[in-house]
Design a protein around this ligand. Structure first.
Ligand SMILES: Cc1cc2nc3c(=O)[nH]c(=O)nc-3n(C[C@H](O)[C@H](O)[C@H](O)COP(=O)(O)O)c2cc1C
Length: 368
């Protein structure tokens, strides 16, 4: 194989690996880490084979196209460097002992760098294509690249949510620093797990909201509620509907949509605990259709919350707290604070943020 053929071969593998890694949610994290390292080794080989390009950077005339080409490669280089460094810092299999940023920041950095690298790569490939294609065809290609890029930017976090199986160690996930919380507090949560007939071997794909420990399922809001209780103590209770939701995510969304359209109050399984003894109710629930799940409305309807403080904590897939707090305020006479909203994929690493939020809450930073 000649040098040019080797170069092309490596380029194709690099491109394939890049997009496979971008869709890493479809593969186990160990494979993602190993392939990430392979990508870096191949990238170094690619640069060595193309060293002539770097030798000539300072030479000759610079047309606008050439400047754009250098800038795109520069952005790609920096993004890939950040990807690599943040990747090492968040690796749990190959470099578990290297940590220099909070898990949360490092994840954001990694995702941001992946998006920047993807944008630069698409433009880089486009510029190569420009040599073979002109006029309308090139415009269509640019349009397609932009659509792919925007799809990638907004789609990646969603794909991750759907395809990345999340295995947790429950005790490690929920345990952390304690926060002094005055008054008696009850943490109440509503979660899909506990209200759904899941088959024995349910996988993460059918859930989008399921965390697993040794095969046992936990809901996002459930785990977040456990973290909160671990931090502030007090009691914990769950809201359970008499009728379970189906295992299929899509069917559940349909039923939830009907409940919402009818403003129904699904019947709850248990008489909720006696709230008289509590000053503060931390209410943890998922965002459903941009608002409050109707079973939580049933819980709110069952009580008179006068004189109590309700702290809404919302888990979501990108929609934040939606208008759920507005609905809560309509249903509750008591004081409802501003919500804490948590993106579902962040939950397994959210314990420190829970501590910080609760500390701020205790010193009165939360507005009504
Ligand atoms: C019926 C239903 C509707 C949902 N609607 C939304 C939504 O409108 N916006 C959003 O960001 N996430 C939505 N989600 C995603 C959940 O809010 C998210 O996955 C949450 O963390 C699930 O928590 P859980 O595991 O405790 O049930 C919805 C999930 C379900 C099951």
């Amino acid at each position: 194989m000649g040098k040019n053929a080797i170069k092309k071969f490596i380029d194709v593998i690099l491109l394939g690996l890049f997009f496979y890694e971008a869709g890493f949610m479809a593969s186990a994290s160990r494979i993602h880490e190993i392939l990430g390292c392979v990508f870096f080794v191949l990238l170094i080989i690619h640069n060595v084979l193309n060293k002539d390009y770097y030798m000539n950077v300072g030479r000759g005339r610079y047309s606008r196209k050439r400047i754009a080409g250098v800038v795109v490669i520069g952005v790609f280089g920096i993004s890939v460097l950040v990807l690599g460094i943040s990747g090492v810092a968040m690796s749990t299999h190959l470099f578990p002992n290297i940590r220099f940023l909070s898990d949360w920041n490092v994840r954001a950095l990694h995702l941001g760098a992946a998006i920047a690298a993807m944008a630069a790569l698409l433009f880089h490939v486009l510029m190569h294509m420009g040599r073979y294609m002109q006029g309308k065809k090139f415009c269509y290609l640019t349009g397609l690249a932009l659509v792919l890029m925007i799809g990638g930017i907004f789609g990646l976090p969603y794909i991750e949510r759907w395809y990345h199986p999340v295995n947790i160690n429950l005790q490690e996930t929920i345990a952390g620093e304690k926060v002094d919380f005055s008054g008696k507090v009850l943490t109440v949560y509503f979660s899909r797990v506990g209200n759904t007939d899941f088959p024995e071997q349910v996988d993460a794909v059918s859930g989008a909201s399921l965390l697993k420990e040794n095969g046992a399922l936990y809901g996002n809001s459930q785990v977040l509620a456990m973290m909160i209780q671990n931090a502030i103590g007090g009691d914990i209770a769950s809201i359970q509907t008499e009728k379970n939701y189906p295992a299929s995510y899509n069917e559940t969304t349909k039923i939830a949509g009907d409940e919402l359209a009818n403003q129904s109050f699904p019947v709850l399984k248990h008489k909720p605990p006696d709230l008289a003894q509590y000053d503060t109710i931390v209410l943890v629930y998922p965002l459903w259709w941009g608002t409050l799940p109707r079973p939580v409305a049933s819980f709110m309807q069952a009580y008179d919350f006068e004189g109590k403080t309700i702290v809404p904590v919302v888990t979501h897939g990108g929609g934040g707290a939606g208008d759920s707090v507005k609905v809560l305020r309509e249903l509750a006479k008591g004081k409802v604070t501003d919500p804490l909203s948590v993106y579902s994929s962040d939950i397994p690493r959210f314990r420190n943020n829970v501590t910080n939020y609760l500390k701020n809450f205790v010193i009165g930073n939360t507005n009504e």
